[in-house]
Design a protein around this ligand. Structure first.
Ligand code: AMP
Ligand code: GLY
Length: 426
């Protein structure tokens, strides 16, 4: 079979490595892919992930049997709709269903209408009305741009002055472009955060192993928000009892709500949850695999990924058992110094000849210059280890991360610390 994966980060590398485990996968194309992915797939750097018509033309021309659209932008732009129209089976939601991520106003209104637990909120189109509302609000409070903003569209002002600045930044200065035409102002919640990715064909759902992201750039959860500096799976805060509550009050009601709205969700639905003292609440939905969550979740998947993705496309997921390995996985991101603000690119990367058998190096932001792999993004590599215990997985991931070098290499040193504390406190 000829497979195609749209995207070119660590998440896509993890998907590709897993798809390759299926002996029927002869060729895997990655559009655009990256320098490291080139070892596992045929990369096409000229075709960007947002270039929908070029992706469709390529798929038709190369007689692709199955495509996976991984990033949020092409999903929101209707890549799956366009591939389907051209007769290419694929994995991912159509543009209407992708609104669950691409519009926070859509997702908040969906949750309200169908009674899915989330933070209380108000929607504003007019900055003056937002400012007036803030006068009577309590702080901290959460202000979110409606549209996609590379994970940076959420501000948490601590007082009225900061809140006014936040409204100005999003709605008047348009720091996130048209994504800030509308905003959601919502209640600040507290509690451990859990990421749950789930396969769904619109009706049946198979949640994946839970995970924990580390979004801030610095140790101790300080500094700017990033795309994610590391992950662990499973998340020890997510007990079987909480999983059942989430299934009954969040997961199944969300699928039913999307069906009722005429946009059944097929693909990977990501639930960003907060376990508050009043129970689990939805912080956000993503219409895709999370990055770097995928880099700890997929290594623990036992069932063949392509088989699951085909069952999602054919709406037969209800007939499939999805199995997971025991044990844990940890991923440490190696970033370019300065990320998520300014950083330099083009630094040669030195990798060890081999990694230990339980370690995988996922390539997120690099490219080939001749035969040399050089940095080309903020998040450069994800070093994942799988092991019987989380402590072992962390120790192996950090040991392997030490064997990689490039100028300006930056990493957090406390990935998994909170998860270990939660485990040991149990
Ligand atoms: P998001 O991009 O929606 O995942 O938000 C980014 C981060 O902001 C989340 O991972 C949370 O840490 C935080 N956040 C978002 N919404 C809330 C909320 N209502 N209360 C507290 N923290 C929040
Ligand atoms: N790691 C969070 C995300 O993929 O949005």
């Amino acid at each position: 079979m000829k497979l195609l994966v749209v995207g070119g980060g660590g998440r896509e590398h993890a998907i590709i490595k897993k798809l390759r485990e299926n002996p029927e996968a002869e060729t895997i194309y990655a559009l655009p892919g990256n320098g490291g992915i080139a070892a596992d797939a045929v990369c096409v750097p000229q075709i960007g992930a947002k270039d929908i018509s070029a992706i469709v033309d390529f798929s038709v021309e190369h007689q692709v049997d199955f495509a996976v659209v991984a990033p949020d932008d092409p999903l929101a732009l209707g890549c799956v709709d366009a591939l389907h129209k051209a007769g290419i089976p694929c994995f991912g939601p159509d543009a209407k269903a992708a609104r669950i991520e691409s519009s926070k106003v859509f997702s908040k209104n969906l949750m309200k209408k169908y009674g899915i637990p989330t933070a209380d909120y108000q929607v504003f189109h007019d900055p003056k009305e937002a400012m007036a509302y803030l006068e009577g609000a309590s702080f901290p409070i959460v202000i979110k741009a409606d549209g996609l903003a590379l994970g940076k569209g959420v501000l948490i002002p601590q007082n009225l002055g900061e809140a006014r600045d936040a409204v100005k930044t999003i709605m008047e200065d348009k720091a996130f472009g048209d994504s800030g035409n509308e905003i959601v102002i919502e209640q600040f919640l507290t509690g451990p955060e859990v990421s749950v990715l789930a396969f769904t064909d619109g009706t049946a759902i198979r949640p994946m192993v839970s995970s924990m992201d580390h979004k801030r750039a610095g140790d101790g959860d300080t500094g700017l928000n990033t795309g994610g500096m590391g992950t662990v799976a499973p998340n020890p805060c997510y007990t079987p009892e909480i999983a059942q509550v989430c299934m009954d009050t969040i997961f199944l009601p969300t699928l039913a709500a999307m069906r009722a709205e005429g946009c059944p969700f097929k693909g990977c639905l990501y639930f960003g949850l907060m376990l508050t003292p009043d129970g689990p609440r939805v912080i956000e939905y993503n219409c895709r695999f999370g990055d770097p969550e995928t880099q700890v979740v997929l290594p623990l998947l036992k069932t063949d990924l392509l088989t699951i993705m085909q069952a999602v496309e054919n709406e037969t997921l209800g007939e499939l058992d999805v199995e997971w390995h025991n044990g844990a996985a940890a991923c440490v991101i190696l970033a370019s110094g300065g990320y998520p603000a300014h950083y330099e690119k083009g630094k040669p990367i030195t990798l060890p000849a081999t990694f230990p058998a339980n370690v995988t190096c996922y390539h997120a932001g690099d490219k080939l210059e001749g035969d040399t792999l050089v940095t080309s993004g903020g998040r450069v590599l994800g070093i994942t280890a799988a092991a019987p215990t989380l402590r072992q997985a962390l120790s192996d991931a950090y040991a392997a991360a030490d064997t990689v070098s490039f100028e300006g290499k930056y990493l957090r040193h406390d990935i998994g610390r909170r998860a270990l504390a939660a485990l040991e406190g149990q």
